[in-house]
Design a protein around this ligand. Structure first.
Ligand SMILES: [Zn+2]
Length: 91
């Protein structure tokens, strides 16, 4: 709360896209050399994201909740009192 974000953080994304002009690039590089912890952390985070995107061929996985609901729907009457139990067939 109340922590100010480093203004250069916003330029890091543009830097990753090679969208900075010469002056901005010089300024950003000088700022990174001053070892701003916030910018370094953001750089690491962005690098991990890019690597994750590159490594996973299918980034859209079904959430666990959907899976369990589908599995439940596939087994109706599993706990409904044994309508077709072995008992009751032998009079
Ligand atoms: Zn910074």
């Amino acid at each position: 709360m109340g922590a100010e974000r480093c203004a250069w953080v916003e330029l890091l994304a543009a830097h990753a896209l090679d969208a900075l002009d010469r002056g901005e690039l010089d300024g950003l590089e000088a700022h990174l050399r001053s070892r701003c912890a916030e910018c370094e952390g953001e750089l690491v985070r962005m690098r991990l994201e890019v690597e994750a995107l590159a490594e996973s061929p299918d980034p859209v996985a079904p959430p666990p909740l959907v899976r369990s609901r589908v599995l439940n729907a596939a087994r109706p009457g599993l706990r409904s009192g044994g309508a077709r139990g072995p008992r009751g067939s032998g009079e």
